[in-house]
Design a protein around this ligand. Structure first.
Ligand code: GRF
Length: 197
């Protein structure tokens, strides 16, 4: 199965997916930022990449339309948002409905949005984690695929918590991508379907 990965930053989730998936292959990496280190990772892996700077477009929809055009030239079975820091238009989300993943550093539905680690600490939560979900029009709100969690330690600050959650992300994202590419996972009207193979 053909996977296109969208990034904006370091691309450590991209790297984990490149290193670990077996049922699919990353056919392209697209970044909205020219300085994304993930572009270097794509280059080292010999994977085509493209930069689409959102600042070059007058509005969100025209940027998203340009992205859809770029993405569709690679004919993806799955589009993976990996640290992609842009809010997507309903047109984009509908176009990739059922084949668009995101990873969010919280135990959704807790802590949608930003600064999730500090918010979990401030709330005095006993645990925190990360979530892979199908992307729908609701920001950080789509049907859940996989979650992983870690206890919050009294010694934790946002940085130490983020580091532990980040390593969990690198476990669950490749798993979710592999399950989808192997045809074991899909989004139905009833929700997420995973065969129990
Ligand atoms: C990760 O923490 C992920 O949860 C969030 O953005 C960060 C991206 O990290 N969506 P990377 O670019 O994959 O290293």
């Amino acid at each position: 199965a053909r996977v296109v990965v969208l990034i904006s930053g370091s691309g450590s989730n991209l790297q984990a997916i490149l290193d670990k998936i077996e049922a699919g292959q990353v056919v392209a990496v697209i970044s909205n930022r020219a300085d994304a280190f993930g572009l270097k990772r794509a280059e080292l892996a010999g994977i085509p990449s493209q930069i689409l700077d959102h600042k070059g477009f007058s509005d969100r929809l025209s940027f998203d339309q340009a992205m859809m055009q770029a993405i569709d030239t690679y004919q993806p079975d799955l589009v993976v948002l990996a640290g992609f820091m842009r809010i997507l238009s309903p047109e984009f989300v509908q176009h990739y409905s059922g084949r668009l993943f995101n990873i969010h550093p919280s135990l959704l539905p807790l802590y949608k949005g930003m600064h999730t680690h500090q918010r979990a600490l401030d709330a005095g939560d006993l645990e925190h984690g990360c979530s892979v979900h199908f992307v729908t029009e609701e920001l950080d709100g789509g049907p859940l695929v996989i979650q992983a969690k870690t206890p919050i330690l009294t010694s934790d600050d946002a940085a130490s918590l983020q580091e532990r959650v980040h390593s969990l992300e690198h476990i669950i994202y490749p798993l979710a991508v592999d399950w989808f590419c192997a045809g074991r996972l899909r989004l139905t009207a009833e929700g997420v379907w995973l065969d129990d193979q």
